[in-house]
Design a protein around this ligand. Structure first.
Ligand code: PHE
Length: 468
């Protein structure tokens, strides 16, 4: 009896600790950068960025992307982190607390929690393929220089319902286990270890790729500006990508901002993360394209570049097997940091708002995801014929999140900050109450978030809804 009561009160204390005053958070400036960069760097860098860049004019696209990042991605990232640190709560509660009574701005946070689930549903599936490829490239036996063979291997994997589900569950268990350890001991500690490894692997594979004979053509493909390919659509694609890349528009950065240290320089941190994320994207392009061209392969977009072309490319080079293992480990690391931040949005919400302990909140989230995610996992097999608006579940989740939910979330967050929360609070929050001498940066930021970002986001949204 006594023991039981003690256990009970111990449990209550645990729950209180994770809900109440001693809120877990990032402990060092480096930890903040590692976790935030871990979120930004993801599968988006490994195949979205390089292939979209390749198709849209190479360096010309990169210039457009950079401008989009400065006007759309970065301002929303700064805003989310600012609001999160101010309220120190999960995404929904942050907006509820900071908004005037009776104004439903918290709905933007709720859209974020929904977006987190939907992105995770397909993201865990792609990450599952990456994990499967790490395993397969270690045990060997599936290297082939013939894309027809690597293509068959990929098709065999994705059309096998049991394998698809199994690898998705492996991913969910890994992410769940890290999240259970908490913000500082789980997210911060993991990303701090993984991020340097990711850079080393990228540079190593980049050097290998660049030193192949005929690599120059791939580099030219990536870096030669071709402005004739830049159209109005390209600009909108760049804005959508900038948004997805920086993990904005869905409460991730609000949630992470709520764990930031009081003295963190938010505009400075966000800018560093944006630049480092761009560097990773460029390095990924340098690792991929020279090798693809050196061996005369076609540049495919999306999953086929990653899972069909890349294995064939590695099979063509000396020591290719080792580089292939390293490449998929790299992709696995990138996906892991991003997924931690995605899952943290619902976990923080369930933990704090519903007063459920962190481990239980994590289990609830993982189980829900296994259910929702299974529809995406089975999109190439059992559910291949189930179409909604002409999309399989996988494509539906991908399309609606990037093109609709994230821009909507970002739009409302920008409108809230610029028009409701207001200039004085923004200046106070981003200068750390005057401690930082960055007032002109903050004022420029204010103009962008109030006028420029919302207009651009409305355009992205109209395109997502096929209105323009
Ligand atoms: N930024 C991640 C990537 O590039 C994806 C992501 C989107 C992560 C939204 C969190 C939130 O892959």
């Amino acid at each position: 009896m006594e023991l039981e009561r003690e256990l009970e009160s111990g449990k209550a204390k645990d729950a209180a600790a994770s809900v109440g005053k001693q809120r877990d958070g990032f402990t060092t400036a480096l930890g903040v950068i590692a976790a935030t960069l871990g979120s930004a760097v993801g599968l988006g860098n490994i195949w979205k960025f390089p292939s979209i860049t390749g198709q849209n004019g190479g360096a010309a696209f990169i210039i457009v992307y950079l401008i989009s990042t400065l006007l759309v991605g970065l301002p929303v990232m700064i805003t989310e982190q600012m609001l999160g640190r101010k309220a120190r709560k999960d995404a929904i509660s942050t907006l509820r607390e900071l908004a005037p009574k009776k104004q439903p701005w918290w709905l933007a946070g709720a859209a974020g929690v929904l977006a987190a689930f939907l992105i995770m549903a397909f993201y865990t599936e792609v990450a599952g393929w990456v994990f499967a490829y790490i395993y397969k490239s270690v045990v060997g036996g599936f290297l082939s220089t013939d894309p027809a063979v690597t293509s068959q291997a990929f098709v065999d994997l994705i059309t096998n319902p049991m394998q698809s589900l199994l690898w998705q569950w492996v991913v969910l268990v890994v992410i769940g286990a890290i999240l259970m350890m908490g913000v500082s001991k789980g997210i911060e500690a993991t990303t701090k270890r993984l991020m340097p490894i990711l850079f080393v692997l990228l540079v190593a594979i980049g050097i290998r790729s660049l030193t192949l004979e005929g690599a120059g053509e791939g580099l030219r493909f990536l870096l030669q500006p071709d402005f004739s390919k830049v159209t109005w659509t390209t600009v909108l694609v760049a804005m959508g990508l900038a948004f997805f890349k920086l993990s904005t528009g869905m409460g991730t950065m609000i949630t992470y901002g709520s764990y930031f240290r009081e003295e963190q320089n938010i505009p400075g941190t966000a800018t560093k993360v944006m630049l480092a994320d761009l560097l990773v994207s460029m390095l990924a392009g340098i690792a991929i394209f020279p090798a693809v061209f050196a061996f005369g392969f076609e540049v495919d977009a999306g999953p086929s570049l990653l899972f069909i072309t890349i294995p064939a490319v590695f099979a063509s080079m000396p020591l290719g097997n080792i580089f292939m293992v390293l490449f998929f480990i790299l992709a696995g690391i990138a996906a892991t940091g991003a997924m931690l931040s995605l899952l943290e949005v619902p976990v923080a919400f369930i933990n704090e708002k519903m007063h459920i302990s962190r481990p239980v909140a994590t289990v609830i989230t993982v189980v829900l995801l296994a259910l929702i995610g299974s529809t995406a996992a089975l999109s190439s097999s059992t559910l291949a014929d189930v179409k909604i608006f002409g999309f399989t579940f996988f494509d539906l989740f991908d399309y609606t999140t990037s093109n609709i939910l994230l821009p909507v979330g970002g739009l409302f967050i920008a409108l809230f900050a610029g028009w409701v929360w207001g200039k004085d609070r923004i200046v106070d929050a981003l200068t750390n109450s005057g401690a930082l001498k960055n007032e002109w940066v903050v004022k420029a930021f204010y103009v962008v978030i109030k006028f420029v970002t919302p207009v651009l986001l409305i355009l992205v949204l109209l395109r997502g809804l096929s209105i323009i």
